[in-house]
Design a protein around this ligand. Structure first.
Ligand code: NAP
Ligand code: GFB
Length: 318
């Protein structure tokens, strides 16, 4: 019989954590205890609190999502905080995982940490090939160190510490704060507020020209569980939709307005930064493992996310 497992999900109350929670609680999973924690359970910037959390739950496996996370504008204004907080969180979680003999840790990087000057499509071998985009160098270097630490723990102690590299993520339970949020939740909230007043002009920051790949949080959740139990490399693996599914920010805004079933004019405020023009990542490594994995279509994922916000805006994180 399978040994019983305790899976600790740090950052378990965020966008990705909530998607994993919804997935695993909807399935008949035996011999698994899933524990979803937030900063209220332990501030993972603090090693003592991290050690206490691990002592309390004695995880056999860890999905490490906890991070200081934000959109372009939050990163541009707070590179030092993104660097320090995430370095502390990641160092503490891997240290506590090693000390407690955790069998496997899956941590989370991001496609925005790759070198700014690069060839495309980006692949997993390119993480450290040059400086990241200046807008989020703090977050990027902190995340890159996860890959370095995974290799160092494996070399010294044989730890099964690995990482995934998602493209931009969106879905229910996102962060709708207009200063710290990512583009999709920010536009979902801004458009909702304009529609509530019967307005017809919808402001989008930047030119609308930058390109992004977006993965629905519900799809990412399935891939995280697969990586935890089936992926055995220490090297990271990109979890992104196909390159052909890349969209412009303008298309994102149009899709959100369509999901609201509302007519109006998009206004592009080019006084605001565009950030990285593109960070097109290849999912061919994932496709080798899971050739038949089906991603939710962008338009239906946006529709689900808009509907979720319309129902939950009063209590959504903002
Ligand atoms: P999120 O919604 O902002 O959630 C962040 C989670 O981390 C929350 O549960 C938060 O708890 C927790 N957390 C933050 N600081 C903490 C601390 N000091 N101690 C303990 N817990 C702390 O983030 P997300 O979008 O789900 O991101 C999850 C992971 O995916 C992150 O590692 C992120 O870097 C990565 N990622 C995200 C995207 C994206 O587009 N969202 C793209 C690529 C990679 P509280 O709510 O209590 O603060
Ligand atoms: O999701 P986002 O903030 O981050 O997207 P990145 C920024 C793009 O959306 C820029 C445009 O081109 C913005 O000009 N945009 C338009 C907006 N309107 C808005 C708005 O109201 N709010 C926001 N936030 N953007 C982040 C990295 O880059 O990607 C993070 O900085 C993280 O570190 C995240 O990794 C996944 O995709 O540009």
């Amino acid at each position: 019989m399978d040994e019983s497992k305790t899976i600790l999900v740090t950052g378990g109350t965020g966008l990705v954590g909530e998607a994993i929670k919804q997935l695993v609680t909807s399935q008949k999973r035996t011999n698994e205890k899933w524990v979803f924690v937030s900063s209220k359970d332990a501030n993972l910037c603090d090693l003592d609190q991290t050690r206490e959390l691990f002592k309390k739950h004695k995880p056999t496996h860890v999905i490490h999502l906890a991070a200081k996370v934000g959109g372009l504008f939050d990163n541009m204004s707070n590179n030092l905080d993104f660097l320090k907080d995430n370095l502390h969180i990641n160092d503490n979680v891997l240290q506590a995982s090693y000390e407690n003999g955790v069998k496997k840790v899956v941590s989370c990087l991001s496609t925005c940490i790759f070198p700014d000057k690069t060839s495309y499509p980006i692949d997993e071998t390119m993480v450290h090939n040059g400086p990241p985009h200046n807008s989020n160098f703090g977050y990027s270097h902190a995340k890159r160190m996860v890959d370095v630490m995974n290799k160092a723990y494996h070399e010294k102690y044989g730890c099964q510490f690995t990482s995934v590299i998602p493209c931009n993520v969106f879905g229910p339970h996102d962060n709708y704060n207009l200063k710290s949020g990512h583009v999709i939740p920010a536009l979902i909230r801004k458009f909702f507020d304009v529609i509530q007043t019967g307005g017809t002009q919808f402001t989008v920051y930047g030119s609308g020209k930058p390109l992004r790949q977006f993965i629905y949080s519900k799809d990412l959740a399935k891939l995280f569980v697969w990586v935890l139990f089936e992926y055995n490399e220490i090297e990271p693996i990109i979890l992104a939709v196909d390159e052909s599914d890349e969209v412009t920010i303008k298309q994102v805004a149009e899709e959100i307005l369509k999901a609201y079933n509302y007519k109006g004019e998009l206004i592009f405020d080019t006084s605001k930064a565009d950030g990285q023009y593109k960070k097109t990542a290849s999912n061919s490594k994932l496709r080798k493992y899971l050739p038949d994995f089906e991603f939710t279509s962008f338009d239906s994922a946006v529709k689900d996310s808009v509907e979720w916000y319309q129902k939950n805006h009063a209590t959504a994180r903002n």
